[in-house]
Structures are given as structure tokens and as C-alpha cells.
Design a protein around this ligand. Structure first.
Ligand code: FE2
Length: 458
């Protein structure tokens, strides 16, 4: 079956479908019929609208959800800025809201990032690379996370963008305002801008990657001549069902943390923020099992552009050009005849940040690209298979071959030139100094000049 065999079962229920208009109520009758904001909503709940797009966005882009909750989100004390010293994060979030980023043309590769059992989700976020600016809703952030402790009575939301979370190690049990989601390695989830959540770690330490989209939202890519099915299918995306905590008689002190222009703020409230009894709309968190991806490739010769492996895309205002594409390299059959089967050598007008969830990536077999590591090939930075992979692929017997069993590499590809953070370039101490020397400098010349050898050309 095209699903991942997870070692940890999923205890929760879900609503299936991508960008579907869903409704869910944890208490029967909590959703008003027809209207959104009756004078007295059912059971004394408050109605609250969460917008994912401008009110006037075109209908096919418009995203919103109506929440029916015990107390509205506005019921909290003032937000206070959290200093980096207090919070001990390495988000590189500076008081002026801008990170010091290094824009460099070198190919970069990182050794596996460390686990960190001492911190929770919020304290375990590390900005690696970024482009643009959340204040103008442009660009993206690329983060690593490593945590070993459950969040306490805290919730976090990002006003800056949508989090696309790619676990590499460990299980995330995410309580959101909309309900609960389990996310395991080989699954991804998206927590949209503004949605409050907290993360527990039922199987111990966790580690993984995040792409934060400052502009727009993740969509399914157009399929063109592929037709109406293929790649990631709509029905395989799962949204949580409504679930709420009721702290009546025993009000719980909570802290809500806001990621706001890449600064962190916190506010106190004397009740749980996870009090949404029912909701309806098309703006909600969701998850997806990468094992369900319907991988498509060449059955004749050469291989298509890697865009054929796009799971989700965050489009810019220019059609076909992404702020961030999320692309995977799943297990697949390679059958192309008379073809150099690994990725070709290339220079890309887009930037490519790659990570590895498990196994080997076919362009870098047995090399320095390892699970929990990463690479960045920025705009026009040349790259391709390393010398070993080239030698092997140039002479291998081209029989049908199953590639990548047990492996899953992925890419965040962006039209933006991304800068690398101080943490990513220096403090994490994972950058490999010998990436080029190991990968491409050993490439041998194979050219035989027919004019010098006296061989007739053509
Ligand atoms: Fe590439």
C-alpha cells in the first residue's frame, strides 16, 4: 500500500481533503446553522473569525475560518517583548526585526544538526536561512528545530507566515486551536499563520526542518497534462477535528507567544487558549503522509525537471515561480534508457535548500549529505552529482532499478536568493569546509578532442 508504516500509531481522527471547506464540532449543535455570528451563538460560545487572506481576495484564493470558542483570543494581557537572553533561543531574532544574513555564492553543506533534549519547541527553533521580510509579506524563512521537552501551558503562533514542518526524528503531538495532530517522520504538517498550538513529544527528542512562508499559502501544484490525479492527491491531506479543553472551575494560567516580525513576544491569559468547541472554514492546519505521493517520471529517456516531485507550492505573484516549493525525492523506479539517471549538473535561477529525512540521496551516495544534515545551492551556484556518483552513473548497466528504498530527501526551492544566518553559518558548527573539495573538484576530464587526436569530427 502506498502509505508509510509508522511505528507509532495515530490516535486522532481527521477530516480528509486539501483546501476543502470543512466543519467540525466537538459538541453537537455548537455550530450555528446558516449564519456565522448570531446574537447568541449556541451554548454561550463566542464567534471569532480567523482570516487567512484579505476579505476581498478572489473567491478561489479566499481563506477564512469561523471559530466558536469559550473566550475570544483577544482576552489576554499585553504582549511583552522577549529578549534573546531571556529566551535563550538561537532564532537570531534581533530587536530591529532583521536578522544578519550572509549572502554567499558558495555551495554549502551541513553535517547532521544536533539533538537538544534540554529545550522545548519554542526554544528549539533555529533560523538557518531566509529571504525577504515578513512585514511586507514577502519571502521565506528556513528553520531547524531540535527539542526534548514538552511545551508547558504555552501556545505559540506566528504572525509572520505559514509553518511547513518536516520532521526528521521523533514524533510531534500538536495541540492546535482546531484540534490535535500527530506528525511523524515521513509526514509533514502545515500550521497556518496565526494558528495557536503547542507541541508535546510523546516519543522523546525531536528534530526536523521548517519552511516558513511569509507570502501567501501552500497550494497543490498545477498538474497540466498529467491530468486530474497524481503527485500529492487532495484526499490524502488531513485536518484535525474540533477538540477543546474546558478549564471551568480550575482556570489555567497560560502564556501565548507571538512570533511577530521575527521577534518573540509573550502575553499572559488566565484561561486556556485551546477552547474552540467548533469551527467551519477552509483555513486550518493539516498534515500529509509523504508515502502517499504518486511519483511520476520518465518512461523513455532523460528525466524531467525536479518540479515533477513538487508536493506543495507557495506561489509568488508570477505564475509558476515559487516563493517556496516543497519537493521530495521519494523511492521510485528508474527505467530511462541511454540516460544519465542522477540529477544533471546545473545552475539554477532558483535557490535550493535540501534536507534528508532518512537513507541516501542518489546524487550523493555515501557522501557527506546525511539524514538531519542539509545543503544550500543558492542562485546560480553550480552543482550536481559528486565525482563518485558521476563515475558510477556513467558506466552502470541501465536496467530498471528501484531507487531510494527507505530514503526521503526533500528540497525547499525558492525564487529568492537566501541569506544564511549567523547560527547557520557559524554557531551551529556544522558547515562542512570540504564540500567542494570532496564533491566536484575530483571530477575528471573525459573529453577527447578529435582535432588533436586526428579523429574526424562529426
Ligand atoms: Fe539542483
Amino acid at each position: 500500500m502506498p502509505i508509510t508504516q509508522f511505528s507509532i500509531p495515530d490516535p486522532y481522527s481527521y477530516l480528509n481533503g486539501f483546501n476543502s471547506y470543512h466543519e467540525s464540532e466537538a459538541v453537537k449543535g455548537a455550530l450555528p446553522t446558516a449564519q456565522n455570528s448570531p446574537q447568541k451563538p449556541p451554548y454561550g460560545l463566542y464567534a471569532e473569525k480567523l482570516s487567512g487572506t484579505a476579505f476581498t481576495a478572489p473567491r478561489h484564493e479566499n481563506k477564512q475560518t469561523w471559530l466558536y470558542r469559550i473566550l475570544p483570543s483577544a482576552a489576554h494581557a499585553n504582549y511583552q517583548a522577549l529578549s534573546e537572553d531571556t529566551y535563550h533561543t538561537s532564532l537570531n531574532f534581533k530587536s530591529d526585526g532583521q536578522n544578519k544574513l550572509h549572502y554567499i555564492p558558495n555551495q554549502l553543506r551541513w553535517n547532521p544538526f544536533d539533538l537538544d533534549e534540554k529545550v522545548d519547541w519554542v526554544h528549539g527553533l533555529h533560523l538557518v536561512a531566509a529571504a525577504g521580510n515578513p512585514t511586507t509579506k514577502s519571502g521565506l524563512g528556513i528553520l531547524l528545530y531540535a527539542a526534548g521537552k514538552d511545551m508547558g501551558n504555552e501556545a505559540i503562533y506566528s504572525a509572520d507566515g505559514d509553518f511547513l514542518i518536516v520532521p526528521q526524528h521523533g514524533v510531534l503531538d500538536i495541540q492546535t486551536e482546531f484540534g490535535k495532530i500527530i506528525v511523524r517522520p515521513n509526514e509533514i504538517c502545515v500550521i497556518p499563520r496565526g494558528v495557536k498550538y503547542r507541541v508535546k513529544l510523546p516519543s522523546g527528542p525531536v528534530r526536523g526542518y521548517i519552511c516558513e512562508l511569509y507570502q501567501g499559502h501552500f497550494e497543490l501544484p498545477e498538474l497540466g497534462p498529467i491530468g486530474s490525479n497524481g503527485l500529492a492527491n487532495s484526499r490524502d491531506f488531513q485536518a484535525p477535528v474540533a477538540a477543546f479543553d474546558d478549564d471551568e472551575g480550575n482556570p489555567t494560567d497560560y502564556t501565548v507567544i507571538s512570533k511577530f516580525n521575527n521577534n518573540l513576544f509573550s502575553a499572559k491569559l488566565n484561561h486556556t487558549p485551546f477552547d474552540v468547541v467548533a469551527w467551519h472554514g477552509n483555513y486550518y492546519p493539516f498534515k500529509y503522509d509523504l508515502g502517499r505521493f504518486n511519483t511520476i517520471g520518465s518512461i523513455s529517456y532523460d528525466h524531467p525537471d525536479p518540479s515533477i516531485f513538487t508536493v506543495l507550492t507557495g506561489q509568488s505573484d508570477h505564475p509558476g515561480t515559487a516563493i517556496a516549493d516543497f519537493v521530495i525525492f521519494p523511492p521510485r523506479w528508474l527505467v530511462a534508457e541511454n540516460t544519465f539517471r542522477p540529477p544533471w549538473y546545473h545552475r539554477n535561477v532558483m535557490s535550493e535548500f535540501m534536507g534528508l529525512i532518512a537513507g541516501d540521496y542518489d546524487a550523493k551516495i555515501g557522501g557527506g549529505f546525511r539524514p538531519a544534515g542539509a545543503s544550500l545551492h543558492n542562485i546560480m551556484s553550480a552543482h550536481g552529482p559528486d565525482a563518485n556518483a558521476h563515475e558510477k552513473a556513467s558506466s552502470v548497466d541501465l536496467r530498471p532499478q528501484k531507487m531510494g528504498e527507505g530514503s526521503m530527501a526533500f528540497m525547499f526551492e525558492s525564487t529568492f536568493m537566501v541569506g544564511v544566518s549567523e547560527w547557520g553559518l557559524k554557531s551551529c558548527e556544522k558547515v562542512q569546509e570540504d564540500y567542494n573539495a570532496e564533491s566536484w573538484e575530483p571530477l575528471k576530464r573525459h573529453f577527447v578532442n578529435p582535432e588533436k587526436k586526428g579523429i574526424p569530427s562529426g
